[in-house]
Design a protein around this ligand. Sequence first.
Ligand SMILES: Cc1cc2nc3c(=O)[nH]c(=O)nc-3n(C[C@H](O)[C@H](O)[C@H](O)COP(=O)(O)OP(=O)(O)OC[C@H]3O[C@@H](n4cnc5c(N)ncnc54)[C@H](O)[C@@H]3O)c2cc1C
Length: 473
Amino acid sequence: MPTPQLVWLRRDLRLADHPALAAANHPLLVYIHAPQEETPWEPGAASHWWLHHSLTALDADLARRGSRLIRRSGPSAAALLALCRATGATTIHATRLHEPATRARDRAVAERLQAEGITLILHEGALLLPPEAIVSAAGTPYRVFTPYWRSLQTQLTATPPRPAPARLPAPPGDLASEPLAAWGLLPRLNWADGFTTHWQPGEAGGQQQLERFLEAALCGYGAGRDRPALAATSRLSPHLHFGELTPRQLLAAVTAEPRCEADKESYLRELAWREFAHYLLHHLPHTAEQPLDRRFEQFPWRADDGSLLRAWQRGETGIPLVDAGMRELWQTGWQHNRVRMVVGSFLTKNLRLPWQAGARWFWQTLVDADLANNSLGWQWIAGCGADAAPYFRIFNPVLQGEKFDPAGVYLRRYLPELAQLPDRFIHRPWALPAREVTRLGFQLGRDYPAPIVDLARSREEALAAWKGLGRGP
Ligand SMILES: Cc1cc2nc3c(=O)[nH]c(=O)nc-3n(C[C@H](O)[C@H](O)[C@H](O)COP(=O)(O)OP(=O)(O)OC[C@H]3O[C@@H](n4cnc5c(N)ncnc54)[C@H](O)[C@@H]3O)c2cc1C
């Protein structure tokens, strides 16, 4: 048997368009479970649910090609060394990651392996372009999206992605692999059971979702993407996060569509936000924890005994669009982008709770939890990040709901207790006229919570707190 090379899979759980796999001679595919190496951002519970199913799907894909996945537990360096000794491999291929912890881990692993005569080669593959490829005229990283996007566009070429190999070598029969069940990735509570009705983790699931999107939603994406009741966005974010699909595959597939140029542009622009988020985290690694605008370190967040945060997490704030969004998140592991902005604005501005608390909850509950995108999203909505929404732009969740979910279809899906309210009042149940209260037998505070904050007053308080930072409009 030829000397094998290892392919160390991390968040590249696919076989097609895989530069690290393509570069390996006689590849043996390895996944090492070492969540503590990503501290302080070990994958959350929803991510672990996804990972369990994605690894299962990958193993089945490998079996169809005559191979299997070798699973080991960390520390990664020790596990890789043991595998190299067992197989004679002296080269390991992997896809480059961009989070501060995974970068530091990969550097340490490479050094440890080097000392034993083993080479770790990192390949590009998670992004459209490496973060070093785009610099401003001043030679520094961009902090504003539009010039970044313009520069990215000039460098992009859609090339046909490499297909998955038809066959892959089988690892030696006696090379042990740990049972996936032993890792305990599935949550003990039945909270995530319903996720399977919304998601099919794995490469095939991602491809099918991409085809559905191209067929049914790409045309109309530009207008539909803000309507949370519609299946008008691609819902590919978890597949992208786990590397089951690559942004290059999406670029190629979207570019090849012969219609709807404006919608295509609009979609690629969103994909570029993902790219921008990873670019920023690469160049500004502290932004997962600390505000990019350092003045926000002094921001007077509200003292909370935990009850406001809990009401937000549970979707019991008494503000319908916020509550529907938080229940969508809990029930499906995902939340519509427009609603992410609304619940984020409500948490950081109306409740005046720190964006990091929101980011942590999303981290546990989103199947697409992604350190770069989540940090950018939260800092953007809190007003302290790169190219952020200005702090004084505080989303009014009632007006947002009336604009983007005018008939309350999204609200009724997640808030059955409001289903009988007329469209005119479903976004503001506290304004229901007395005769309607009597007719419907609906009682605020009993059937649905009264708002936990006054929207107008909390808005004024947030603006005053922000002006205190010395940056009023
Ligand atoms: C507070 C907040 C937190 C967020 N946390 C995450 C997160 O943890 N993980 C995550 O993937 N996205 C996050 N986002 C971004 C965005 O909401 C999701 O990427 C999007 O809703 C995923 O749905 P989709 O695949 O249908 O998106 P589509 O509209 O189909 O967009 C296509 C792809 O572009 C990327 N994208 C779209 N919008 C953004 C954006 N604003 N920032 C970065 N990338 C984007 C995603 O990879 C997405 O799959 C967050 C946004 C906010 C406001």
